[in-house]
Design a protein around this ligand. Sequence first.
Ligand SMILES: Cc1cc2nc3c(=O)[nH]c(=O)nc-3n(C[C@H](O)[C@H](O)[C@H](O)COP(=O)(O)OP(=O)(O)OC[C@H]3O[C@@H](n4cnc5c(N)ncnc54)[C@H](O)[C@@H]3O)c2cc1C
Length: 292
Amino acid sequence: MRTFEYLKPTSLKEALELLERYGEKAKLVAGGTDVMVLWKKRAISPEYLISLRNVPELNFVAYDGGLKIGAATPLRTIELSPEIREHFPVITDAVSNLGSVQVRNSGTMGGNICNAAPSADSAPPMLVLGAKVAISGPDGERSVPITEFFRGPSKTVVGPREIVTHFSVPRPQPNTGAAYWKHTRRKAMDLPILGVACLISFQDDMKTCSAASIALGVAAPTPMRAYKAEAFLAGKIIDEATLDEAGAIAASEGSPRTTIRGSAWYRTEMIRVLVKRTGMMCRDRAKGAAGR
Ligand SMILES: Cc1cc2nc3c(=O)[nH]c(=O)nc-3n(C[C@H](O)[C@H](O)[C@H](O)COP(=O)(O)OP(=O)(O)OC[C@H]3O[C@@H](n4cnc5c(N)ncnc54)[C@H](O)[C@@H]3O)c2cc1C
């Protein structure tokens, strides 16, 4: 019978020591909703699972204008955070539609981001928000912009002796709205066919874009930013026609694959549709925030 030893460190220091001691024989596990699926499929067979569930330094949400989210914070805690819902609704959009309540009770943002699936729902929001990923290892802590974090499907910059500790999100500019849209075949639990996040900051007239970020999930081997479409929007009046054009540019930047969930052609078409939709949501949300 296949077995593993389940180790339960109660501090970051202890977790790092265990990782150092057991090296390649060990695998980190947070909620286990990806790890246990891989183990059951026999895709991985670690001798030791190092659980991050009881490490308090990794489990928190802290808001002071900017936002910090501990890597092992359950997605359900993030979904229910009133500060995140009010100030970073683009994150709530993503986590509240990820899996089921049961999955979100176990699953964590750290696991979702470190698993590095192109379909990771929390990646596009963190990309448009300009998040940084804090990583601890034997040589101390380092901080990596999330735009540099993904290296390919299931590949990240995290080294074998390192642990992601938290995500930092800067305070958004005034007059900013952001939104995420997960496009699925059905309303019930499903991975996205495509995920699009958009963030637009407006000038004081609340019409002209001062800066924009657009991120796409399942449009390339890793979650990605659509930099050309973002540059196109800067300085433009945000309306349906402008967002249509930005959507077409973003579609030309993606390189989606045909999979069981949708064809490359369909995904490309949906990038155009969803950039426009999330762009309009940004405008409404920015106006709503300005009116408060
Ligand atoms: C039924 C079901 C439905 C799902 N639906 C969705 C969905 O709609 N959208 C979606 O995006 N995902 C979905 N998932 C995938 C999964 O639930 C998420 O990716 C989840 O966020 C993973 O978090 P976790 O804590 O369970 O990760 P784990 O399984 O514990 O870990 C995932 C990976 O990250 C590594 N890791 C975890 N924490 C750290 C850390 N702090 N530092 C370094 N490495 C770390 C682990 O070693 C592992 O490689 C679903 C899964 C299931 C089983």
